[in-house]
Every structure is written in structure tokens, then in C-alpha cells.
Design a protein around this ligand. Structure first.
Ligand SMILES: *Cc1c(COP(=O)(O)O)cnc(C)c1O
Length: 395
């Protein structure tokens, strides 16, 4: 195989980002590419689906503001964020990318440059870069020692803003493993050096009910520190609701009006039906400690750990049990792009690591990402297929 060949779409053109890969993967039998939720409904979730007509008519009758309020309260209650709830200033949108665009518009409008964590989901880089925001990388490893975070940020962040993803997609790294200290150090640095702190919390639900990763009241820390911040939250990667979703952005008071004005230039409201439905999923999750979401991921995580054991793919143990797995390729010649092509010929679609390393793609050729939010039986079949293919390339 030509080591320089790249994956192509239906018309033979090169695939330029992860989403273009994910679109191809949607046509593939074993799609392990996008991190959207493709598993079936749990028993408790099926009961919600059975009530959809009722939820529809209810949403037709009530006030938009009522469904927004109920949704936001349920969400921040599940996430144990009383300060966010009390501040009552969170803005809702239909996708995290829309919230990120609003953050990008704010940055562009105020001519602010950004330091963005690497690796991370390329959509964040692409949205900001396409909006003309100057971007510089900081390696995630700069955050790996809580005693060094402040010094590492001081050494690496020369821009007006710092953009982190916690837990990170694809690695599952989270500052929550250090209790309050990790976020405190980040906030202290940003406050001392007048940096706007932007945090993408879209994967935060995967830390809930994990005894080692208690999500303390992060908004209390942000608010009491006086730091300028934008915090993005999301439901999109958590529940299997066919991409009906709601994202949120919360801004510190100093920039809140500017952000509000940008937000209203983009949208009026999220569908009250979607909000009403999501509220049911959130409340069920709160009652059952997110069991239906976490059980699927735990099964599939075990399944991939076993499938990769003893192969050239080394499973990377994540700090937070996120909905994607990240593996290192231990092979002198095999790149992630090649692996992706070999596997896609066998109907297994994975994502090559190069896109997550947005400033130095070649570094990502040593990694691959696998989505776990899949029906466990299908995922197990994919793992059998993947192991067969990978074993041909040694151990
Ligand atoms: C998926 C994802 C997004 C974007 O979500 P959309 O619903 O596709 O807009 C943003 N941040 C993270 C960490 C994600 O995983």
C-alpha cells in the first residue's frame, strides 16, 4: 500500500476533516467514527419514547421560557452545578458548534488570539480558524501535573484567551482528577494574566457519578475568581436521541452583554419539543445515576480493551470514562491513516489521529480513535473484525 495515500470520498476527492470521515463512516457497516450516540434505548428510555406524542402536545401549549427553564434546571441539577443554576444566565443553542461559533465571533470581534489544547476534536480548531481567529497550540500534557499547571501555562500561553476541553476528546483527560486544584490553577493563571478562559465541557456527563471525578461547583470557582470566562456545555454526546440536542454557553458578567448580542444574532430559540424531551432524559439519568449511558460505554470499553490486548494497538487508559477510546499504534511503519484505510476496506470505520493534532498532524499518525456509544452487540462484532485485521500486522 502506498504509505502516502489518503482516504477519499465517493467522488475520489481527499477527505479533509474528521466530519468528512464521519460522513463516509455513516455508510459503513461498523461505524466507529463519530462520537454521536447510536445505541438503542434502554428500558427507561423506551418509556420516554412512548410518551413522545404527549411531550409534543405539551410543548405546543406552554411557554418557550418554561421549557428553557425546566431544561436548564434539570441539566445543572444533574451536573451538580448550583451556581450555574442560580446565576440563570446560560444561553441555549441547537448544537455545541453553534455555541463555539458564538465564542469565535466574540474572539474575532475583540481581536483576541487563542491558545487551544492539542490534541482535540478538529471541529473546534476548524470553526475558530474559519472565523479568522488566530490559534496557537498548547499540549494537553502541560496540564498533566497539577503543581506545574500555572508555570506551564505561563510559559506557553501568549495569546489573549485559553481554550480547554474537559474532559478532552479524544484522550479523556480531565482536571477533575486533581479535585479542585487543577481548575483552580488554570483559573488563577487566567485571572493573574488577564486571559479569557474558554472551556468546552461537552464530555462532562461522562465524569458524573464517578467517585474519583466529582464535578464540584465549577461555576462557583469561575464566578468568585472574577476571571473572564465562557463555558460551553452540551447534551449531544450523552443520550441516544437521534441528534436532537441542546448546547449551552455561559459568560462571565464582564462580557455577558457582548456575548448575548452575538447569540441573538444567530438564533432565537431551541425547539421547545426538543427541550421538553431532553428534560425527561436528564431527569431519568439523575434518578438512575446515568446507568443506561454508562453501562453501554463500560461494556464497549471492556470489549475494545480485550480486542486490542496483545496487538499493535495499545489501548490508552483514559482518566474519565468518555465515549471514545484512544489507542497508540506500536508499529514501525503503520500510520493511523493506513490503518484507517485497511480497516475501512473491512467495513470498520475508525478515525486516524492526525486530525486531532491540528497543529502537527503527523504526530497524530501514531494514534487512532474509536467511538464507544454503539449497540454493544454490533460493537462486539466490530471488535472481532478489527482484531482479525490488526493481528495480520503482528503484535
Ligand atoms: C461533538 C463535540 C462538539 C460539537 O458538537 P456538535 O453537536 O457536533 O456541534 C464540541 N465539543 C466536543 C468536545 C465534542 O465532542
Amino acid at each position: 500500500m502506498n504509505p502516502h495515500s489518503t482516504a477519499t470520498g465517493l467522488d475520489g476527492s481527499e477527505l479533509l476533516d474528521l466530519t468528512q470521515h464521519e460522513i463516509q463512516a455513516l455508510r459503513t457497516r461498523f461505524n466507529l467514527a463519530d462520537a454521536h450516540t447510536h445505541q438503542r434505548q434502554s428500558a427507561a428510555q423506551r418509556e420516554i419514547v412512548a410518551r413522545l406524542p404527549e411531550l409534543w402536545y405539551e410543548a405546543e401549549e406552554g411557554l418557550q421560557a418554561t421549557y428553557e427553564q425546566r431544561f436548564t434546571e434539570a441539566f445543572f441539577r444533574l451536573h451538580r452545578q448550583p451556581t450555574a443554576l442560580a446565576k440563570n444566565k446560560t444561553l441555549l443553542s441547537y448544537a455545541a458548534s453553534i455555541s463555539t461559533m458564538v465564542a469565535g465571533m466574540y474572539l474575532k470581534q475583540h481581536r483576541k488570539s487563542v491558545t487551544l489544547v492539542e490534541p482535540c476534536f478538529d471541529n473546534l480548531y476548524d470553526v475558530l480558524a474559519n472565523m479568522g481567529v488566530p490559534l496557537y497550540p498548547i499540549e494537553e500534557s502541560a496540564l498533566h501535573d497539577p503543581d506545574r499547571i500555572y508555570a506551564e501555562l505561563k510559559r506557553n500561553v501568549r495569546t489573549d484567551a485559553l481554550f480547554l476541553v474537559d474532559p478532552n476528546n479524544p484522550t479523556g483527560f480531565t482536571l477533575l482528577q486533581y479535585g479542585r486544584k487543577g481548575f483552580e490553577e488554570v483559573v488563577r493563571f487566567c485571572k493573574d494574566h488577564n486571559k479569557l478562559l474558554i472551556i468546552d465541557f461537552c464530555f462532562a456527563s461522562f465524569t458524573l457519578f464517578d467517585p474519583d471525578l466529582a464535578r464540584f461547583d465549577i461555576y462557583e470557582l469561575l464566578e468568585s475568581s472574577g476571571v473572564s470566562y465562557l463555558a460551553i456545555e452540551d447534551t449531544g454526546k450523552t443520550w441516544p436521541v437521534q441528534d436532537a440536542k441542546c448546547a449551552m454557553i455561559t459568560a462571565s458578567d464582564d462580557i455577558r452583554e457582548d456575548v448575548y448580542n452575538l447569540h441573538t444574532s444567530v438564533l432565537l430559540n431551541v425547539s421547545p419539543f426538543v427541550l421538553n424531551m431532553l428534560t425527561q432524559y436528564i431527569e431519568e439519568a439523575d434518578q438512575n445515576h446515568l446507568a443506561s449511558v454508562r453501562e453501554v460505554l463500560t461494556l464497549n470499553r471492556e470489549s475494545i480493551r480485550k480486542a486490542l490486548d496483545g496487538t499493535i494497538l495499545e489501548y490508552q487508559e483514559p482518566v474519565a470514562p468518555v465515549s471514545v477510546a484512544w489507542a497508540k499504534i506500536n508499529h514501525p511503519e503503520m500510520t493511523a491513516s493506513e490503518l484507517q484505510q485497511i480497516l475501512s476496506k473491512e467495513e470498520v470505520y475508525i478515525l486516524p489521529g492526525r486530525f486531532f493534532y491540528w497543529s502537527q498532524p503527523d504526530k497524530g499518525e501514531a494514534y487512532a480513535r474509536f467511538a464507544l456509544a454503539r449497540e454493544p452487540r454490533l460493537f462486539a462484532e466490530a471488535m472481532v473484525r478489527m482484531r482479525e485485521v490488526v493481528e495480520r500486522h503482528g503484535r
